[in-house]
Design a protein around this ligand. Structure first.
Ligand code: PEP
Length: 247
């Protein structure tokens, strides 16, 4: 089965009502490659605005979702709240949440399980720090993150994996095509060895880390790179060029 190319836009904690409306207008008016699945992820406060005004074929993702039903969890968003507002994607395990907010592998896996079992698809992020890469630990770090996910998740059909080396996020230091392909290939091999041939074949593995309209085409040609998770450049009109880069 051919894997549908996927481009996600992570707006992080950026944007005002006015600038988000401009981004939506730009995407609504753009000529987008219909063979690419696009999902954008605004801040929680802009989710409903974006969902209600964005063309329906573009998905909308929350940047977090909790692993419990509604209740006394101040500051969190529930799966049922997302679905009630027609938001059926979430980004989980982004390195900014793993490092700044100290989310452990187990919590990320638990939230991924709860979301996917209850109707929300997940862009699940993994990746190593610069120190870990320099120590030759990249594959071991990513494998450990995948193992924690596998311990909780049985159905992988609602999961898209984003490999995001921390040293490449927001730094302008993009991984080389060889560095990215090497890790993507290792992730697919891990899925084959530890989950199933089918999951290895069908799961989209995105690259994230300083992707822009200039470097995306080469990265997108690699055998195991099935798309991108784009941060900074997703706030700019050139996001459209990244979406269309595999044309
Ligand atoms: C991200 O936040 O997921 C990301 C990859 O950011 P940037 O593209 O800005 O490096």
């Amino acid at each position: 089965m051919a894997r549908k190319f996927f481009v996600g836009g992570n707006f992080k904690m950026n944007g005002s009502v006015s600038s988000i409306k401009d981004i939506v207008k730009n995407l609504n008016n753009a000529d987008l490659d219909p063979s690419v699945e696009v999902v954008v992820s605004p801040s929680a406060i802009h989710l409903v605005l974006v969902r209600d005004s964005l063309r329906p074929e573009i998905g909308v993702a929350a940047q977090n979702v909790y692993d419990k039903p509604n209740g006394a969890f101040t500051g969190e968003l529930s799966v049922s709240q997302l679905l009630d507002s027609k938001i059926d994607w979430a980004i989980l395990g982004h390195s900014e949440r793993r490092t700044v907010l100290k989310e452990a592998d187990e919590l990320v896996a638990s939230k991924t399980k709860y979301a996917t079992e209850n109707g929300v698809s997940v862009i699940w992020c993994c990746g190593e720090s610069l120190e870990e890469r320099e120590a030759g630990k990249t594959i071991a770090v990513v494998s450990k993150q995948l193992e924690a996910l596998k311990a909780k998740v049985a159905d992988w059909s609602k999961i898209v994996i984003a490999y995001e080396p921390i040293w490449a996020i927001g730094t302008g230091k993009v991984a080389t095509t060889e560095q990215a392909q090497e890790v993507h290939k290792a992730i697919r091999a891990w899925l084959k060895a530890n989950v199933s041939d089918k999951v290895a074949e069908e799961t989209r593995i995105l690259y994230g880390g300083s992707v822009n309209e200039k470097n995306c085409a080469e990265l997108g040609k690699q055998a195991d790179i099935d798309g991108f998770l784009v941060g900074g450049a997703s706030l700019k009109p050139a996001f459209v060029d990244i979406i269309n880069s595999s044309k």
